[in-house]
Design a protein around this ligand. Structure first.
Ligand code: SF4
Length: 302
């Protein structure tokens, strides 16, 4: 069985989105693995956990270890070792980035390693993006940059994916954004994932971004309808699905997972992943539901 894993390699970022859930406390930043340890983790995942799809996310991956692009490109070079024509052996790489640092000279170095690049875009309205925090300080003009980047990624053959977080702040901007993508003839988006804003126990954020299940699903229906003649893979992650599938490798090299008992969700952290021999060892030493892993994180047999 082959597996996919979501690796949030750093809590650092250069933007400051209001709904972001990354932990930027000094302890969290201190626990970020140096790039050489990140490489060991990836080798271990490939060799012992049979991981064949790796999503690299953050924070912002390009600022791994606080060094713009340097550690990140070292990681990319390491990943090149796992690119094979045989799908059983090949490690598919997906990169989630805000794309600020993904200038054309950098993306040139990702060719042949990264298969898909994902950018989060919640609206085409720069003022709303400013409110959300995506137009932080010197990094304004998010939409303009998004267009330039997607054109560049597309010309280099990367598969393109979008993420959007649906909140009351951008609720009415989603359909105009969808219509823009539908009518865009400069690039083609192959997949789009829409998230319901999820609470991480920060009441001041919840007050602004919390959205009911009903409103989220209503918008999901409108989105599906707008895309009925467009060839795209749509997915919608509501809070219930997020809670069920929450299982990520975080920047300290530990697995973050949740258990729920009597309606109470509890967060857990494993030891560093290199301490576990394989999936069975991880599952038996931590309170992790193997069936959930198989259902949501396996790629099946080839
Ligand atoms: S770009 Fe992503 S990681 Fe950075 S602050 Fe925004 S949501 Fe968080």
């Amino acid at each position: 069985m082959r597996y996919s894993i979501y690796y949030m390699i750093t809590p650092r970022c250069i933007l400051n989105c209001g709904y972001c859930f990354r932990d930027t406390s000094p302890e969290s930043i201190d626990s970020e693995l140096p790039v050489d340890e990140v490489l060991k983790v990836i080798t271990h995942l490939y060799t012992n956990f049979n991981v064949r799809k790796l999503t690299i996310s953050g924070g912002e991956p390009t600022v791994l270890n606080g060094k713009t692009n340097t550690a990140f490109l070292k990681l990319i070079n390491h990943l090149r070792k796992y690119k094979f024509s045989n799908p059983n052996d090949n490690l598919r790489i997906e990169l989630l980035s805000n794309a600020v640092n993904l200038t054309p000279d950098i993306t040139k170095q990702l060719v042949g390693v990264v298969d898909r690049i994902t950018i989060t875009l919640d609206t085409l309205n720069e003022d709303t993006l400013k409110m959300i925090g995506r137009n932080t300080g010197p990094y304004s003009n998010y939409v303009k940059r998004f267009r330039e980047r997607f054109l560049d990624f597309s010309s280099k053959g990367f598969d393109l994916k979008l993420h959007s977080v649906i909140t009351p702040v951008n609720y009415n901007d989603i359909i105009p954004l969808v219509n823009y993508i539908v009518s865009c003839d400069e690039f083609h988006v192959s997949k789009w994932k829409f998230y319901q804003y999820m609470t991480y126990g920060m009441p001041e954020k919840d007050l602004v971004y919390s959205i009911s299940d009903e409103l989220f699903h209503k918008k999901a229906m409108e989105i599906k309808d707008a895309f009925k003649d467009y060839n795209i893979e749509l997915s919608f992650k509501d809070n219930k699905l997020m809670e069920t599938t929450m299982f990520n490798l975080i920047h300290s090299g530990r697995i973050e997972y949740y258990t729920k008992e009597n309606g109470i969700r509890t967060k857990h952290l494993s030891n560093i992943i290199t301490e576990y021999k394989d999936w069975d060892d991880l599952a038996s030493k931590c309170d992790i539901d193997v069936n959930m892993i198989k259902k949501y994180h396996s790629l099946g047999d080839e």
